[in-house]
Design a protein around this ligand. Structure first.
Ligand SMILES: *Cc1c(COP(=O)(O)O)cnc(C)c1O
Length: 385
């Protein structure tokens, strides 16, 4: 189906942070399958974990548990560090959001407050929580009573949450909006507001979680304990998986009969996720991500055509003077670099966490020439830069 428009390239293989198209051209992958390929392409630990698990036990129904599933749930709760909790595994981010949305209904309340510019997926439920009108309008009516508030504005949040609110849903950094970092103290204030009204605090860390921002979870930057965390994207390094984690009392809201999945929590996906978590630890990737991310942000900001660079670790967004992100993404591709243009003026980078210093340096060296080529493309179509 023509859901995505024409593909930019047909890719044939990958290794580390590099991919090759079917004509043999090589690219540095600075998008990582949209913050998914945490270990890059073909990482031996991931290949080994998936092949071993598939040849040991590839799928059982959720009438049974498997060892990788139990280990992964325990590991995620330990990494979160917020005490007891329960985990529901899914096959995607959208499904993790769907599970969490259903969980919020089990509070007996139906009102949710979410952020303008937030993105939570494309199922009817996840779309109901996503503000972007272009995505929503063709599919209305959508379920739920959802109030959208400006992201980062604690006063607006305080005004929107009431004693009828089931949950406050926030990304710790907006991903699809082009990497928007909230003001300091915003998440802590959201915690206070949610608690004051007996609402759940739900962080969607599908894009920001699992080392992407240089911490296991971006909300660890502040001292805030959420009730619900949704995860997916980088969790299994490219193998489809999602997780809805509910902490403390929220862990008891879903009971038998309330939700389900045939594939969710399958042992191969869980083994893949365990390999990702092990490798982030054994290769010391959190520190690497922090240091390399700062280098990239500094280098990108050095060009005066870049008006702002944002983000943490290897989740990077930058603003360009003029609506030229499509031209920049096309010019980058022509220069052998895959980047993404989530909005007309914003470019996003979410490369593999294993991106090397050399690959990052090669991109920074090419960056002025990429912007020159984008300027020329704009000039050729007669638009201002
Ligand atoms: C990508 C994303 C989703 C949706 O995940 P899918 O795996 O595409 O279904 C939900 N929330 C956030 C924050 C995301 O970045």
């Amino acid at each position: 189906m023509n859901a995505f428009g024409p593909p930019k390239l047909t890719l044939a293989r990958g290794a580390g942070a590099r991919v090759w198209d079917t004509d043999g051209n090589e690219y540095v992958d600075l998008l990582g399958g949209i913050a998914v390929n945490a270990l890059g392409h073909g990482h031996p630990a991931l290949v080994e974990a998936v092949s071993t698990q598939l040849s040991t036990l590839g799928h059982v129904s959720n009438f049974f548990a498997t060892v990788p599933q139990i280990e992964l749930a325990e590991r995620l709760l330990a990494l979160l560090g917020h005490g007891e909790g329960k985990v529901f595994f899914t096959n995607s981010g959208t499904e993790a959001v769907e599970a969490a949305f259903k969980l919020t209904r089990r509070t007996g309340r139906t009102h949710v407050v979410a952020a303008e510019g937030g993105f939570h997926g494309r199922s009817m439920g996840a779309l109901a929580l996503t503000s972007k009108q272009a995505y929503r309008t063709p599919f209305e009516p959508l379920p739920g009573e959802v109030t959208f508030v400006p992201y980062g504005d604690a006063e607006a949040l305080a005004a929107a949450v009431t004693d009828r609110t089931a949950a406050v849903l926030l990304e710790p950094i907006l991903g699809e909006a082009g990497v928007v970092v909230p003001p300091e103290g915003y998440l802590a204030r959201a915690r206070e507001i949610a608690t004051e009204h007996g609402a759940l605090l739900w962080f969607d860390e599908i894009q920001t979680g699992i080392g992407r921002t240089g911490r296991w979870f971006e909300h660890h930057r502040s001292d805030v304990v959420p009730d619900v965390v949704t995860l997916a994207k980088g969790l299994a390094g490219g193998f489809p998986i999602g997780a809805c984690v509910a902490l403390g009392a929220a862990g008891d809201l879903i009971q038998p009969g309330n939700h389900g999945s045939t594939f969710g929590g399958n042992p191969v996906a869980c083994a893949a996720a365990l390999a990702v978590l092990d490798t982030i630890e054994s290769e010391d990737l959190l520190d690497h991500v922090t240091v390399l991310g700062q280098k990239l942000r500094d280098g990108l900001a050095a060009d005066p055509r870049v008006t702002e660079v944002r983000g943490e670790g290897l989740l990077i967004g930058l603003d360009l003077a003029g609506d030229c992100s499509a031209e920049v993404a096309a010019a980058a591709l022509a220069h052998g670099f895959i980047v993404n243009n989530p909005t007309p003026s914003r470019v996003r980078l979410a490369p593999p966490l294993v991106l090397t210093d050399d690959d990052a340096a090669a991109f920074l060296a090419a960056w002025p020439a990429i912007l020159d080529a984008a300027d020329e493309a704009r000039a050729a179509t007669g638009e201002d830069t």
